[in-house]
Design a protein around this ligand. Structure first.
Ligand SMILES: N[C@@H](CCC(=O)N[C@@H](CS)C(=O)NCC(=O)O)C(=O)O
Length: 205
């Protein structure tokens, strides 16, 4: 199996973290700007979006981080997905929320104040992004206010990987951000997982 991407990407990290949780063997192949621009025919033939991660499993090719996570769990027949229908639905709710609400609100701030990518210096857009990201972080912080260990309570699920990585990025913002005590406690507990700590380091913010 090959995972195409760069370790600085949150979406690639989701897949790598899960692969480590499952103890899978895979071959990483570096793709993604600035190291290796995916907008070349060779890569676009695999993912026409020109985005990472991409999974190659034999002659099977898959893109979209959450689709890849679900595939790996089903392929192995084990992993952090609840058996219970309603718990699984709640896990999917948080996964969808991460990809459709939480992450998009954070994107500009991450480029400007975490990864410091040249060109991301529009103060108005930073303020707009930070305000949206803060609103979503408050929703998360309130959900975690009862001291639960994971999004679903006692059970670690795929949703903790995706949302946890986004909380880590919140701590990497170079600037003042509102306090999110429950989310930070949640992150500290997640960090105790060896696979988590590997993908949430200051070396690769
Ligand atoms: N919805 C996609 C988003 C993928 C995405 O936005 N990937 C970013 C990195 S986080 C990317 O490929 N950026 C261009 C690049 O790195 O060259 C997923 O979840 O996999």
């Amino acid at each position: 199996m090959k995972v195409l991407g760069r370790v600085t990407s949150i979406n690639v990290r989701k897949v790598l973290w899960l692969a480590d949780e499952l103890g899978l063997d895979y071959e990483p192949e570096v793709w993604g700007k600035p190291d290796r621009d995916p907008n070349v025919p060779e890569f676009l033939a695999l993912n026409p979006n020109g985005l990472v991660p991409v999974l190659i499993d034999g002659d099977f090719v898959l893109w979209e981080s959450h689709a890849i996570m679900h595939y790996l769990v089903e392929r192995e027949g084990r992993g952090p997905v609840p058996n219970d229908l309603k718990e699984r639905a709640i896990m999917n709710q948080w996964l969808d929320w991460q990809v459709s609400d939480l992450a998009p609100s954070a994107t500009y701030t991450v480029m400007a104040l975490v990864r410091k990518v040249p060109g991301f210096d529009d103060d108005h857009r930073i303020a707009q992004s930070l305000s949206g990201w803060t609103r979503h972080m408050r929703i998360l912080d309130a959900h975690l206010a009862d001291g639960r260990e994971h999004l679903l309570g006692d059970t670690f699920t795929l949703a903790d990987i995706s949302v946890g990585l986004q909380v880590f990025r919140w701590t990497m913002v170079d600037g003042e951000v509102p306090d999110m005590p429950n989310a930070l406690t949640y992150l500290d507990r997640l960090m105790l997982r060896p696979a988590a700590a590997k993908y949430m380091t200051t070396a690769t913010p």
